[in-house]
Design a protein around this ligand. Structure first.
Ligand code: C5P
Length: 228
């Protein structure tokens, strides 16, 4: 299991300060829409300057027509990041196009498909998809796997079911982690390290329990010990 730290602080300076405290630790750094829109690809360069060993995860959740998705995936691969996200609901053809474009790169990033956004409740999900969240999420995971995606973003509580349904080596990336039972904040279904391990989660994403900790490096070291 590998650890991704979500860079969700409100300014670039605060994000960079957090990173400086984490130099040398084997972690992935998750850059999301907010900081990418504000700070651009130069920000990725700054992260690398702080520690070139940090692995970069660009969480932009692409959703568009196949050709535009393919173009965007190529641009993302050119940035040299290690993984990125897109929406499975962009469809099988779009995901196939992304997989084909990525195959042109000798060292390509891992592509993760979002099945159902964790902010959806059953009712809100049905309004759009006219289906139950659980069964549709499994179908979308299967569609993602069949069309060349490396894994899905899902909650810890779906990770094992998705692997059993799709394939044990199909990767799962799970946010909503409260490593040692920290406050859940706005996350509805949180899991601790033990639960994430039992669910065979491949990547866990942790934000607030690290960046709100008075000593973030200590928090990360403790998580790394817990997943070793
Ligand atoms: O602070 P916290 O640990 O809850 O942060 C979780 C991170 O994972 C945030 O960056 C959030 O946007 C992201 N995320 C999520 N649920 C998803 C996809 C991404 O919480 N389904």
């Amino acid at each position: 299991m590998q650890l991704c730290i979500a860079l969700d602080l409100p300014s670039q300076e605060e994000n960079l300060k957090l990173l400086e405290s984490l130099v040398g630790l084997p972690v992935w750094i998750k850059v999301g829409l907010r900081s990418y829109i504000r700070d651009g690809k130069e920000f990725l360069g700054r992260i690398r300057q702080i520690d070139p060993r940090f692995e970069l995860f660009l969480d932009l959740k692409l959703h568009d027509i196949p050709n535009t998705m393919g173009d965007a995936a190529e641009e993302i691969a050119s940035l040299g990041v290690g993984m990125f996200t897109l929406h499975a609901s962009s469809g099988g053809e779009a995901m196939r196009e992304v997989a084909a474009r990525l195959a042109r790169f000798p060292k390509r990033p891992l592509a993760f498909a979002v099945t159902a956004l964790t902010s959806f409740g059953e009712e809100g999900f049905r309004e759009i998809y006219n289906a139950s969240l659980e069964s549709k999420a499994l179908d979308m995971a299967m569609l993602a796997a069949q069309n060349g995606m490396d894994g899905v973003v899902c909650s810890v509580f779906e990770s094992q079911r998705i692997k059993s349904y799709v394939a044990q080596d199909f990767l799962t990336l799970t946010p909503g982690i409260r490593p040692f039972g920290e406050p859940s904040g706005d996350q509805k279904r949180v899991a601790d390290l033990h639960e994430a391990k039992s669910a065979s989660s491949d990547f866990i994403v942790v934000g607030r329990p690290v960046y709100k900790h008075p000593r973030p490096r200590e928090a990360v070291e403790k998580i790394l010990e817990g997943i070793a």
